[in-house]
Design a protein around this ligand. Structure first.
Ligand code: NAD
Length: 432
C-alpha cells in the first residue's frame, strides 16, 4: 500500500519503518528539517533497538522516503498516518494542535479520496474535531480512523511487529477490510485486531495507560507502607503477582513512572473527567502518588546527608526514564537530579544512551561521563535511577574500591539486599 506517516518520532518512525518492512511504500514527513536531513544520511534520531537496521534496509530498497513536504506524502498515498506529539498543555489537557494542524494541511492538499489515521494519543472526541476540520477545508471524500499506538519505547520495533492488539476505530466496513490487510503481516498466527467506534478507540488508549500507571503507583504506595512496617515489597509483589487475576506485570515498585506517555496521558484523562463533570478520582490520585514517589526517593538521599550537601558528590547511573531508551521526558532521574543540584550536591552521571538528551534538560549543572565506573571515583554514593541491563550485575568490588564510602541508593530494586551487604555495601532500596 502507499502510505504517508506524518511526525517521525518514536511512534512515527517505528511505524513507518515496520510498515515499509512489510512491503508498503512509505513517505515519512516531518517539519523538523534536521531530522529529515539526518535520516536521509542514515542518521537515526532516536535510540530504539533494531530500528537502525530496518530503516537502512527499507531506505536502500526505496520503500522508505523522508521528506519535509507534506504534499509529497499526501500526493503519493492513500493512507495518511498522523503520529505527531500531543504534549500536556499547562492545564493538563492534551495539546492536539499539531494533530489538527496536520489534518488541516492534509485536507488542503489532498486531490481525491484519502484515509486519515491518527496514531497519536488523542483525547476522546478528537475524531469529531479532526473530521469536522477536514470537511470544512475540502469537498474531497475521506475516512477517518482512530488507531492508537501501544508500542513501548525500548521494544518499539518488536511491539509493532508483534502487537498484543491493534485497535481500529472506524464504523466503515470497507476501511476495516483495508486495515485488516495492512496489519495482516503483523498477526500471522492469530488476528488480534479489535474494531470499534472511534470514541471507544481513543478512550481505550487512555484507559490502558492509566491502568498501567495505577498499578505502578499502587505498588509504590505499598512500598512506603512496607518500609514503615518492616515488610518487603518484593515479597508482597511475588504474593500478589502469583494470583492469576492480578498477574505479575507492572507490579515493580521504584522511583515512580516517567516518560512521554504515562504522566501526560494520566493528566489528560483527569482533565477530560473534569471537562465532562465525571471526576477521574483514581487518575488524579495516581498522579499525586507518582510525584510523591519521585520526591520521597530524592528526600531519602537528602535526609541521609542531613540536608548538608557540603562537598558531597553523588554518582548517578541512569538518566533515561526507563531502560533501552534515550528518552528523558519526565524522567524521575531528571526530576531528582535537579533537586540534588539545587541542594548543592555535585552530580556526576552516566547513561548508556540518554546523556545527550539529559544535557539538554540539565545543562552544565551535571558532569557526564561515558564511563560508568569512572564517575564513582571519590563519590560519596552511587544513586541508581534506570534499570539498564548493564547495571544489574556490576563489579561490586570495583564499586567499593572507587566510592569514598560504599553506599548505594537504588531506585529500581536491582540487587538482593543480603548479597549487597556481604559485599560490604550500605544499601538503600525501595520498600524493603
Ligand atoms: P515525538 O516527539 O518523538 O515525535 C513527534 C514528531 O512529530 C517530531 O519529530 C516532530 O518534529 C513532529 N511534528 C510535530 N508537529 C508536526 C507537524 N505539524 N508536521 C509534521 N511533523 C510534526 O513523539 P512520540 O513519542 O513519537 O509520540 C507521538 C504520539 O504518539 C504522541 O501522541 C504520543 O502520546 C503517542 N505515543 C507515544 C508512544 C511512545 O512510546 N513514545 C507510544 C504510544 C503512543
Amino acid at each position: 500500500m502507499k502510505i504517508a506517516v506524518v511526525g517521525v518520532g518514536y511512534v512515527g518512525l517505528v511505524a513507518a519503518a515496520c510498515l515499509a518492512e512489510g512491503g508498503n511504500h512509505v513517505v515519512c514527513v516531518d517539519t523538523d528539517k534536521k531530522k529529515i536531513e539526518d535520516l536521509k544520511e542514515g542518521i537515526i534520531p532516536i535510540y530504539e533497538p533494531g530500528l537502525t537496521e530496518i530503516v537502512e534496509r527499507n531506505f536502500a530498497a526505496g520503500r522508505l522516503i523522508f521528506s519535509t513536504d507534506l504534499k509529497e506524502g499526501v500526493d503519493n498515498s492513500l493512507l495518511i498516518f498522523i503520529g505527531v506529539g500531543t504534549p500536556s498543555a499547562a492545564d493538563g489537557s492534551a495539546d492536539i494542535s499539531a494533530v489538527l494542524s496536520v489534518a488541516g494541511s492534509v485536507a488542503e492538499v489532498m486531490d481525491g479520496y484519502r484515509i486519515i489515521v491518527t496514531k497519536s494519543t488523542v483525547p476522546v472526541g478528537t475524531h469529531k474535531k479532526v473530521s469536522d476540520l477536514i470537511s470544512s477545508k475540502t469537498s474531497k471524500p475521506f475516512d477517518y480512523v482512530s488507531n492508537p499506538e501501544f508500542l513501548k519505547e525500548g521494544s518499539a520495533v518488536e511491539d509493532f511487529m508483534k502487537p498484543d492488539r491493534v485497535i481500529i476505530g472506524t464504523t466503515n466496513p470497507a476501511v476495516m477490510e483495508l486495515m485488516k490487510v495492512l496489519y495482516a503481516p503483523f498477526m500471522r498466527k492469530k488476528s488480534r485486531m479489535l474494531f470499534m467506534d472511534p470514541a471507544s478507540a481513543e478512550l481505550a488508549k487512555y484507559a490502558s495507560n492509566t491502568m498501567l500507571a495505577t498499578r505502578i503507583s499502587f505498588m509504590n504506595e505499598m512500598s512506603v507502607l512496607c518500609e514503615k512496617v518492616g515488610a518487603d515489597i518484593e515479597m508482597v509483589r511475588a504474593g500478589m503477582g502469583s494470583d492469576g487475576r492480578i498477574g505479575s506485570s507492572f507490579l515493580f515498585a521504584g522511583v515512580g513512572y516517567g516518560g512521554s506517555c504515562f504522566p501526560k496521558d494520566v493528566r489528560a484523562l483527569s482533565y477530560v473527567g473534569r471537562q465532562y463533570e465525571c471526576p477521574m478520582t483514581i487518575a488524579e490520585s495516581v498522579q499525586k502518588a507518582n510525584l510523591l514517589q519521585h520526591d520521597r526517593f530524592a528526600q531519602k538521599i537528602l535526609d541521609y546527608y542531613g540536608g548538608q550537601a557540603g562537598e558531597k558528590v553523588l554518582a548517578v547511573w541512569g538518566l533515561a526514564f526507563k531502560a533501552k531508551t534515550d528518552d528523558v521526558r519526565e524522567s524521575p532521574a531528571i526530576h531528582c537530579v535537579k533537586k540534588f543540584v539545587e541542594a548543592g550536591f555535585k552530580i556526576k552521571a552516566y547513561d548508556p544512551e540518554a546523556m545527550e538528551n539529559a544535557r539538554a534538560e540539565l545543562g552544565d549543572s551535571v558532569e557526564m561521563s561515558k564511563n560508568s565506573y569512572e564517575i564513582l571515583n571519590g563519590a560519596d554514593a552511587l544513586v541508581i535511577f534506570t534499570d539498564w541491563q548493564e547495571f544489574r550485575t556490576p563489579d561490586f568490588e570495583d564499586i567499593v574500591k572507587r566510592l569514598k564510602k560504599p553506599v548505594i541508593f537504588d531506585g529500581r530494586n536491582l540487587y538482593d539486599p543480603a548479597y549487597i551487604k556481604k559485599q560490604g555495601i550500605e544499601y538503600h532500596s525501595i520498600g524493603r
